[in-house]
Write a protein that binds this ligand. Structure first.
Ligand SMILES: NC(=O)c1ccc[n+]([C@@H]2O[C@H](COP(=O)([O-])OP(=O)(O)OC[C@H]3O[C@@H](n4cnc5c(N)ncnc54)[C@H](OP(=O)(O)O)[C@@H]3O)[C@@H](O)[C@H]2O)c1
Length: 254
């Protein structure tokens, strides 16, 4: 019998995978035996480096430069994945971020909307395109969305981020119920602070000590501590798990 924790013969498309958590998830999946990885980000040069990293682990890899907030790019990226690998089994909607902070009253509508597009609308667009590609039933299909502890609690000066990440809870749970009859699982992973370019400001900022002190485990998470959870949820070992909202936060949300 095959090991349900492994991803042998599976193909995964991971958005926002040129660095940070997305790249760590791709590496973890390659180590778990995935047959193919599709990496997606906007910067083609960074993507090529990431592709070389993944191929170094021993998996076949396709890099697609695309903006997940563009409907056209999303359709092109899903088509490219199918052209190369035939089938995609696992979708990880990981691309996201926060490019400015401040009081809500001082934020410009265009910037706020753009961040909602990046952190919430993108998951809708990519899931929609993938579900339309998944017309024929096939076991083991799964969508993992990347939330945050901002999906569960507020984060002052990041209203758009918290609003979008909370939105992912509703999106994940609703979609999980809609597609459960088709054998597709949908779950949300909610990390707290992990060292990536996204969190450099916090790591080097004046509140760093306080941010650590607020975490019951008294430390930030390691990339692998998030990527291993994503790998597990994406595997057949989690076959009865759908609509779940999973904190990976050293106890912060508790
Ligand atoms: N790091 C943390 O502590 C933490 C905690 C909780 C949740 N998260 C969530 O985890 C996810 C990954 O975060 P991270 O820390 O790994 O961020 P990161 O290091 O900034 O990486 C973000 C990735 O997304 C890509 N990306 C950004 N905008 C994109 C777009 N419009 N289209 C396609 N790709 C795009 C980036 O490449 P390009 O710029 O080249 O497109 C990059 O590959 C995000 O959803 C974030 O909200 C992170």
């Amino acid at each position: 019998m095959s090991d349900p924790f492994r991803l042998d013969r599976k193909v995964a498309l991971i958005t926002g995978s040129s660095r940070g958590i997305g790249l760590a998830v791709a590496e973890e999946m390659a180590r778990a035996g995935a047959r193919g990885l599709v990496l997606v980000a906007r910067n083609a040069e960074a993507l090529e480096e990431a592709r070389a990293t993944i191929e170094g682990v021993g998996a076949e890899c396709l890099a697609v430069a695309a903006d997940v907030t563009s409907e056209e790019d999303v359709e092109r990226m899903v088509a490219a994945a199918r052209d190369r690998f035939g089938e995609v089994d696992i979708l990880v909607n990981n691309a996201g971020g926060a490019s400015f902070r401040g009081q809500l009253k001082d934020m410009r509508p265009a910037g706020w909307r753009k961040m909602i597009e990046l952190n919430l609308v993108s998951a809708y667009l990519v899931s929609r395109a993938m579900l339309n590609a998944w017309q024929e039933r096939r076991p083991g299909r799964v969508i993992v969305n990347m939330g945050s502890t901002s999906s569960l609690r507020s984060w002052p000066e990041l209203s758009y981020y918290s609003a979008a990440k909370h939105g992912l809870v509703g999106l994940t749970q609703t979609l999980a119920r809609e597609v459960a009859p088709d054998g597709i699982r949908v779950n949300l992973v909610c990390p707290h602070l992990v060292e990536t370019p996204l969190t450099a400001d916090f790591r080097n900022g004046p509140r760093y000590e306080q941010l650590v002190a607020d975490i019951p485990m008294k430390r930030w998470g390691e990339l692998e501590e998030v990527s291993r959870v994503v790998r597990f949820i994406a595997s057949d070992a989690a076959s009865y798990m759908t609509g779940a909202v999973v904190p990976v936060d050293g106890g912060w949300s508790a």
